[in-house]
Design a protein around this ligand. Structure first.
Ligand SMILES: NC(=O)c1ccc[n+]([C@@H]2O[C@H](COP(=O)([O-])OP(=O)(O)OC[C@H]3O[C@@H](n4cnc5c(N)ncnc54)[C@H](OP(=O)(O)O)[C@@H]3O)[C@@H](O)[C@H]2O)c1
Length: 314
């Protein structure tokens, strides 16, 4: 990967690595040594941003990321998240834990994963600003938020990134969220840019998911929903064949093409797929093909709520 993208004041490679599945939420994680090899391969391929969270595992994913990236700490951007803090003390204690597990003295990009009850977003932003002044945090992000929350937080501590679900089948951030981050100079990090694997064409109607795989309870992955949604994955597969890329690459190229300040973080447990996904950043896909994909996605009404159940970000 050569070109870089901006997330607020951060400069990163155009595709990051979502590390969650290396420890949790997609069934059996790979052996620890393989996961570490995969993350280091990502560094060699030019990936600079690695996404984790205290809740993945919980805690074990940060430990894994910390071990893998310790030798290259100054070449990478480590992004992590704290979960539903109810007080400034909660945020501070999460950050201390993350720093320890990540084997570092600073978190390059710290997100509020979800906002908790009882703590206004302004107070979250104020606490993160204090942590930044103390040198423990580089940049601030919010996850699963709408335009009004983004503005309130940004007024207290400038946001570098908003991380919402975004892909061909999760386009709720188009409109108010995109307009707001564009206006304020904030970057956007799509989580599950491959639609939890669905948009790669490898998840087929009738597929069953084991315990420990979030898709076993996500409404879009029931037998009925998968059958109803199959035309979208089929369209990605067909167009990808037409232009000579893989479906996953086309799904990522589509995300990247939507705005210059978008940096997706696809996740995978397999090195071959990592290489494939990273290569999507340098593809030159015909804008007409991407437009055709948008029109197809516009036409198909996706069956089943998103995993978080949230229907809009407004
Ligand atoms: N902020 C939030 O609330 C939030 C929520 C969820 C996730 N995230 C972040 O976003 C990252 C990415 O999301 P995600 O992992 O849920 O979803 P994703 O990136 O959309 O898809 C991951 C799934 O796709 C498969 N896959 C990956 N590359 C593939 C390829 N080239 N061909 C075929 N299948 C492929 C993976 O299987 P294999 O592993 O078997 O390759 C896995 O099942 C996470 O790692 C996490 O860091 C954030």
């Amino acid at each position: 990967m050569t070109a870089t993208r901006r997330l607020g004041a951060l400069t990163v490679a155009p595709i990051g690595l979502g590390c969650m599945g290396l420890s949790a939420n997609y069934g059996t994680p790979p052996p620890r040594a393989d996961a570490i090899t995969l993350m280091r391969r990502a560094v060699d391929l030019g990936v600079t941003m690695f996404d984790t969270a205290e809740i993945y595992g919980p805690h074990t994913n940060e430990e894994l990321v910390g071990e893998a990236l310790e030798p290259v700490r100054n070449q990478v951007v480590i992004a992590t998240k704290f979960w539903r803090a109810g007080s400034e003390r909660d945020i501070r204690s999460s950050v201390e834990g993350s720093l320890r597990r990540l084997r570092t003295d600073r978190i390059d990009l710290l997100y509020a994963h979800r906002l908790g009850e009882g703590l206004a977003v302004e107070d979250v932003a104020g606490t993160v600003a204090d942590l930044a002044r103390e040198g423990k945090v580089g940049a601030f992000g919010l996850s699963e938020v709408g335009a009004a929350t983004i503005r309130r937080a940004h007024a207290v501590m400038p946001l570098a990134a908003v991380q919402n679900e975004y892909s061909l089948w999760a386009r709720e951030s188009e409109g108010a969220v995109f307009d707001t981050v564009d206006e304020l100079g904030i970057g956007f990090v799509p989580w599950s840019p491959l639609g939890q694997g669905f948009l790669t064409g490898t998840v087929r109607p009738g597929q069953q998911f084991g315990r420990g795989d979030v898709r076993s309870f996500f409404p879009r992955f029931t037998t009925d929903a998968l059958a109803a949604n199959a035309p979208l994955a089929d369209a990605v597969v067909e167009l990808a064949q037409r232009v000579g890329v893989t479906p996953g690459q086309l799904a990522l190229a589509w995300v990247l093409a939507q705005r210059p300040w978008i940096v997706p973080i696809p996740g995978t447990r397999r090195i071959g797929r990592l290489e494939e996904n990273v290569a999507a950043a340098t593809l030159d896909v015909d804008p007409e093909v991407l437009g055709e994909l948008t029109s197809t996605a516009d036409r198909i009404r996706v069956r089943g709520a998103r995993g978080t159940g949230r229907e809009s970000y407004s």
